[in-house]
Design a protein around this ligand. Structure first.
Ligand code: IFM
Length: 447
């Protein structure tokens, strides 16, 4: 008995430029906010950086062979803005574009469909020095960059994602400062969030003007959010958390306004004057697909200690990954069904889902990541349950193809289905990679 996925379901794996490419100073690449942030003492575990990472910039052909050997139907990668426009705006670095051209040609040669993300957090440092995403000018810079990339590569890439996880770029980057550029400010992150969305909207219109008729979308990290109890204080706290993580992005994109409760909640810190006439209609420009990155199902309680955040996330009750997150596949079904019922009937793609575990090479030379196999098995089933409820889910990209630079956690967290020995750059497919290969071959799971 097989649990089958729809015909032509896009089984893939995802990565991001700064997390795997390395070659930070090569072929004219300019510095990004992550190069600068990684140099700040204490910002990244062990002082790690993406300067070498998986050395994918030099090993891309072998990595593509690996993808082909696993039978991947699609590969989601991101384009590094500072490789293409080292100063963020202005002079185009052809060598940067050529790298992605080679990569995309290599994917096609192996029958793997490319999905390109334009922004996965590596803002050119030159733009950060002018205020980064807190500066409205960055929205125009992003649209210019998007147009340059699409002009060069658009014909060969059927799927374009403008932004990856704008909540992370805004809140972790400009709110709690755990990510680059490391700013901690209760109001700045809201203007960054708005400018990210506005940049997305302007990029959509730039790509449409260049002839992009299909396959264009944005990727949001969306969480399932539950009150810890029926107590109205917990219910209200869960709604605040949902507003902060999910609705702040979904509502302007799909309902044409910021949610009233979110606007009034943050009125204490901002007058929202960065939202100008016409912005919301730019943000709400029609899309062809929505990407969903799913990692979290929260249980939310009222913040009785009044720590200032407005809610408390209770510890998981399910088996935890190496980063302490609970394993909550049902949350994926919830998120996907909620999107269909409350926001959009656009085709959906799980553009990321995965887990870090304490993987190691055993004496036989293999990496027996049984936890990850079980993690993906349960999440694929959860995705299938959403499809059974009428969700038009068209693809699923595991995070990640390779162990890589996990941002502030450096190389201490392994998310790959392929183990990377960073010292030698040897790749060792984990058990989960071989298991995934069979899922792809059979387009389903044994029920
Ligand atoms: O590694 C990240 C990725 O860059 C964005 N989504 C979550 C992943 C795991 O933390």
């Amino acid at each position: 008995m097989m649990l089958r996925f729809p015909a032509n379901f896009l089984w893939g794996a995802a990565t991001a430029a700064y997390q795997i490419e390395g070659a930070a100073d090569e072929d004219g690449r300019g510095p990004s906010i992550w190069d600068a942030f990684a140099r700040k003492p204490g910002a990244v575990t062990h002082g790690d950086s993406g300067a070498i990472a998986c050395d994918h910039y030099h090993r891309w052909e072998a990595d593509l062979d690996l993808m082909a050997s696993l039978g991947l139907r699609s590969y989601r990668f991101s384009v590094a803005w500072p490789r293409v426009l080292p100063e963020g705006r202005g002079a185009v670095n052809q060598r940067g574009l050529d790298f992605y051209k080679r990569l995309i040609d290599g994917l096609h040669a192996r029958g793997i469909t490319p999905m390109a993300t334009l922004y996965h957090w590596d803002l050119p440092q030159a733009l950060e020095e002018r205020g980064g995403w807190a500066n409205r000018d960055t929205t125009d810079a992003f649209a210019e960059y998007a147009a340059v990339v699409y002009e060069a590569l658009g014909d060969e890439v059927p799927f374009w994602i403008t932004l990856n996880e704008p909540w992370c770029a805004a809140y972790l980057g400009y709110g709690n400062g755990k990510h680059a550029p490391g700013i901690t400010d209760g109001a700045t992150w809201l203007s960054a969030a708005h400018h990210l969305l506005l940049g997305h909207g302007k990029a959509v219109s730039a790509l449409r003007a260049k002839g992009c008729r299909d396959g264009l979308g944005i990727t949001l990290n969306l969480s399932a959010v539950h009150p810890a109890s029926d107590d109205p204080r917990d219910v209200a706290a869960a709604r605040r958390c949902d507003g902060h993580e999910n609705r702040l992005f979904l509502d302007p994109l799909f309902r044409g306004s910021y949610p009233d409760d979110v606007v009034s909640r943050y009125a204490q810190v901002t007058d929202w004057s960065f939202v100008r006439d016409g912005d919301i209609s730019t943000i709400a420009a029609p899309l062809d697909l929505l990407g969903v990155n799913y990692y979290l199902r929260h249980r939310v309680a009222d913040d009785s200690l009044d720590s200032g955040h407005g809610w408390v996330l209770l510890p998981p009750t399910t088996p935890r990954t190496a980063v302490g997150i609970g394993t909550e596949p049902s949350g994926l079904t919830e998120v996907l069904v909620r999107l269909k019922n409350e926001y959009t009937t656009l085709p959906l793609y799980v553009t990321e889902n995965g887990a870090a575990y304490h993987d190691y090479v055993d004496p036989e030379g293999g990496v027996d990541d049984v936890e990850r196999v079980s993690f993906f098995d349960s999440h694929f089933r959860a995705a299938h349950a959403a499809i059974a409820q009428g969700v038009e889910l068209r693809g699923y990209y595991v995070w990640s193809l390779l162990d890589n630079f996990e941002w502030a956690d450096g190389y201490s967290r392994r998310y790959g289905i392929v183990f990377v020995d960073f010292g030698t750059q040897r790749r060792i497919p984990k058990q989960s990679a071989y298991w995934y290969q069979k899922v792809i071959q059979s387009n389903g799971l044994t029920s």
